[in-house]
Write a protein that binds this ligand. Structure first.
Ligand SMILES: *Cc1c(COP(=O)(O)O)cnc(C)c1O
Length: 354
């Protein structure tokens, strides 16, 4: 399929790297294509970044058929543009699509489209360590129809956002709050898909956590309300004695690409890594016995996010001494060194945009 390109000259310039923040500076162009039953994905184009015109009846607004991905492009010191495991994001997008009755996309085609878009937007990729170009592929249902069924038409788009260093002042451990009243996902539901409604459903618990002074919600399973699932929009890891534990994927947890990468590196480094059920009681007991060494989250935005405090009802535990743990730092450095081209890409995770 051919990509029609319409460019504009803008005099917009990328803000200073220190002013970028996250998800608020958008680039000049986007990639768009549409789907219909008779044409499949068609009308693929790169065009100036602008508002869409969509019907107020578009099904996405009413019944929430919307999925997205999040990945990053990095500029290396020798000016190469590196994507981190991008095909894994599009594979996951197709799994989310299937789960939400949305047609799949051709991964090779969207990879080519993404690279072409990034080449055009090169000036928007910041270069200081920790900064990146955040990539947001999205699919929404566009049928103007108020009956409940899967839409017959869709729009796929990729927008880009220049983002600043997540940790401007070093990796500060965050405080997390275990939700007793709310659950994120139940087996048989859509927790393992990156679909918009999951985030809408999580907001009430995050607001409560914030009111109590906590940055993120730690979610427990929906049935027994005791097994740990994930934290905010990150997967989670616990170091108990010398065992590094992350909850196994049971259909309710988002299969993070950073999570897989941590597991891969842990195996490569000969660590004792388990994907298994872990209850909140096990974590608190390990803390009581002095065996809980570290807790950290993993996700594209922060890469690794050390956890310094967990609150569960009236019980509060502190982990570490206010500084990120050694293991969290080892994974942070290991992953970012590959992303920024400072270490050899021995796992073949990098795809260069040239
Ligand atoms: C995106 C996401 C993650 C992390 O996935 P990565 O591929 O590592 O960025 C974890 N949990 C949720 C709920 C997410 O949406």
């Amino acid at each position: 399929m051919e990509i029609k390109v319409t460019t504009i000259e803008t005099n917009r310039t990328r803000p200073k790297d220190s002013d970028l923040g996250f998800g608020q500076v958008f680039t000049d162009h986007m990639f768009v294509m549409d789907y219909s039953e008779d044409k499949g994905w068609h009308d693929s184009r790169i065009e100036p970044y602008a508002d869409f015109s969509v019907s107020p009846a578009a099904m996405v607004f009413h019944y929430g058929q919307a999925i997205f991905e999040g990945l990053k492009a990095f500029k290396t010191p020798d000016k190469k543009i590196c994507l981190f495991r991008p095909r894994d994001n599009f594979k996951r997008m197709n799994r989310s699509a299937t789960g939400m009755c949305i047609p799949n996309i051709d991964i090779d085609f969207v990879m080519d489209a993404l690279k072409q878009l990034i080449r055009l937007e090169e000036k928007w990729i910041p270069e200081t360590l920790g900064t990146s170009l955040y990539i947001r592929p999205t699919i929404i249902a566009t049928d103007p129809f108020l009956g409940v069924r899967a839409s017959l038409t869709y729009r796929f788009f990729i927008m880009l956002s220049s983002v600043g260093a997540y940790y401007a002042e070093g990796l500060n451990p965050v405080k997390i709050w275990v939700s007793k009243d709310h659950v994120r996902a139940a087996k048989g539901g859509v927790g393992e898909f990156k679909t918009a409604g999951n985030y809408a459903a999580s907001l009430i618990a995050s607001e409560k956590a914030k009111k109590e002074g906590y940055a993120q919600v730690l979610w427990l399973d929906a049935i027994e309300r005791k097994y740990i699932e994930e934290v905010g929009a990150m997967n989670i890891f616990f170091l108990i004695d010398d065992e590094l534990i992350t909850p196994n994927l049971t259909g309710t947890i988002l299969p993070g690409i950073t999570r897989y990468s941590v597991i891969n590196l842990a195996k490569k480094w000969g660590m004792n890594i388990s994907e298994r059920k872990i209850s909140i009681d096990e974590v608190f007991l390990a803390h009581e016995n002095g065996k809980l060494k570290e807790v950290f989250g993993s996700g594209t935005a922060a890469v690794i996010s050390p956890v310094g405090e967990i609150r569960y009802g009236d019980k509060v535990i502190s982990i570490g001494d206010g500084k990120p743990g050694e293991t969290a730092m080892k994974f942070y450095t290991g992953l970012t060194d590959i992303q920024y081209g400072k270490a050899e890409d021995s796992e073949n995770w990098i795809e260069v945009v040239d």
